[in-house]
Write a protein that binds this ligand. Structure first.
Ligand SMILES: C[S@@+](CC[C@H](N)C(=O)[O-])C[C@H]1O[C@@H](n2cnc3c(N)ncnc32)[C@H](O)[C@@H]1O
Length: 474
């Protein structure tokens, strides 16, 4: 609680009851930073619902809050969350203090989130300092996404990583940051991969247990590693349980890898994984150069091994990355790649030859366009959940719309995130629209029910057949 003009600001009233994880906690889980065995500390935990939900999944999570848990210890942890706290503090010096204290506890990563401009209507609110007093007597500051980045950089002395609008992760070590960035880019593809069921033996004669049966932990873990990195692991990259199983069964790593390639991972799949990892490293390196990221020169030990396998050495990777960057600056090359992507059915062109893509298919775009998008999401983070994006090569702009319910026949969006790469500017604003070409974006056949429904709607509304988004703003 703090006083102002004889009024009281009730900071704790901003703490809501949650039934699902808050967005920053959910993102920490999704990116594999919160996982069993990793402790979490929630700084400004409110009523503690995130702690309860994480605890129920076996995660050791504790927290402190000046109102709800003032007596709790503020203890260091690998993962610390400062979730929607800075925006409820009306005093800038106190915000910096909370940020510094939370960072001091973070051994590996600090997640910082705030409300951002455009997220809630402010009409009718009384302004106070750099924010507003709400009808419930609380204070809210709505940050510009870039303003939050500047605050974190200035106070913590290190560059944060944008994860979603208003949400940043700050890493303690450059190696962890690099590992996160690279895997984030590869993340969608990796998480979509599921284990294959081992092939049934050809003969029905009772046979000695196969290696798949003798190595129920090691083989799936090997397959997962090889799928993600496109290379064979070294022993020290595997979990202790795998070491024990291999030793107990007296099976060498090389033999286990062979068995894995026979049973769980097809050779072509492994080769495709190698190509994908190569491209990921290239895009990652190019973005590191472009953004002059200080951590880019500090790959994690695992990445160093990836680079050696896929490029021979760091110098070769750097050379190829520079060629990529030249490609990005070349507008006609970007536009040609856009047309090529549309011809391959990866997205659709609108009336101004801008490429519109379903977010779930962005990882399948040609590397040059992924690099283009990577530059945009470096500045803005990605929308949470399903979204549609649009690349405008001549104006060097990327726009993203988060879909409220992607299952709707004509999904709606309420907010857009627009990134101007020339000015390095992010603008998040109310922008209600209806998506009219979902069927095409998802690559559905023209005869599909979805496509027919879209056509019927366009005709009924008298909209041009190129219309991708119907603007609902009055
Ligand atoms: C909007 S709530 C967020 C709670 C929780 N992190 C969540 O996401 O559900 C803001 C919380 O910040 C707490 N708070 C206020 N001032 C703080 C400070 N200086 N340091 C840490 N937390 C503070 C409030 O008591 C309130 O519970």
């Amino acid at each position: 609680m703090s006083t102002l003009d004889n009024n009281i600001i009730h900071r704790h009233r901003t703490a809501m009851v949650r039934h699902d994880l808050s967005q920053p906690m959910a993102l920490l889980v999704r990116h594999g930073l919160i996982k069993p065995g990793v402790q979490v500390f929630d700084y400004g935990c409110g009523q503690g619902d995130d702690l309860r939900i994480l605890g129920a999944s076996g995660i050791e999570a504790t927290g402190w809050d000046p109102h709800f848990r003032p007596e709790a210890d503020r203890s260091p942890a690998p993962v610390v969350n400062l979730g929607f706290v800075l925006n409820v503090i009306e005093n800038p010096a106190e915000r910096r203090e909370a940020l510094t204290k939370a960072w001091a506890l973070a051994q590996q990563v600090l997640a910082v989130s705030t409300m951002i401009v455009g997220q809630s209507p402010i009409g009718g609110l009384r302004s106070h300092g750099d924010g507003f007093i709400t009808s419930r007597g609380t204070f809210q500051k709505y940050y510009l996404h870039a303003e939050l980045r500047a605050l974190l950089t200035q106070v913590l002395g290190t560059e944060p990583v944008a994860v979603a609008p208003g949400i940043y992760f700050v890493f303690r070590s450059p190696e962890d940051e690099q590992e996160f960035l690279l895997n984030r880019r590869a993340g969608r593809r990796a998480s979509a991969a599921s284990y294959r069921v081992a092939r049934a033996p050809l003969s029905s004669r009772p046979a000695a247990p196969t290696l798949s049966e003798r190595l129920p932990t090691a083989l799936p873990e090997l397959a997962q590693f090889m799928r993600q990195r496109g290379r064979v692991p070294q022993l020290d990259e595997l979990a202790a349980a795998v070491h024990t199983e291999l030793a107990d069964q007296k099976v060498s790593l090389a033999r286990a890898v062979d068995a894995c390639l026979g049973a769980l991972l097809a050779q072509e799949e492994f080769e495709a994984a190698a190509t994908a990892r190569r491209e990921d490293l290239l895009v990652h390196q190019a973005l590191g150069l472009l953004n002059r990221s200080t951590s880019a020169s500090r790959p994690s030990p695992g990445m160093v091994r990836d680079i050696r396998t896929h490029f021979g050495n760091q110098k070769e990777l750097a050379l190829q990355a520079v060629q990529y960057l030249h490609g990005l600056a070349d507008e006609s090359r970007v536009q040609a790649t856009i047309v090529e992507a549309a011809n391959q059915g990866l997205g659709v062109l609108d009336h101004r030859q801008r490429l519109v893509v379903d977010g779930s298919r962005a990882e399948g775009l040609p590397a040059l366009l992924r690099c283009y998008l990577g530059c945009a999401t470096f500045l803005s983070g990605e929308p949470d959940g399903a979204f549609v994006l649009r690349i405008d090569a001549p104006r060097k702009r990327v726009a993203m719309w988060q879909l409220i319910d992607p299952k709707e026949a004509l999904p709606r969006a309420e907010i857009s995130i627009r990134v101007d790469l020339r000015r390095q500017d992010v603008n998040i604003r109310p922008d209600p629209r209806r998506l009219l070409r979902k069927g095409q974006l998802l690559g559905l056949a023209a005869r599909s029910k979805q496509r027919r429904a879209e056509d019927a709607y366009r005709i009924e509304q008298g909209l041009h057949e190129d219309t991708v988004f119907e603007n609902l703003q009055t």
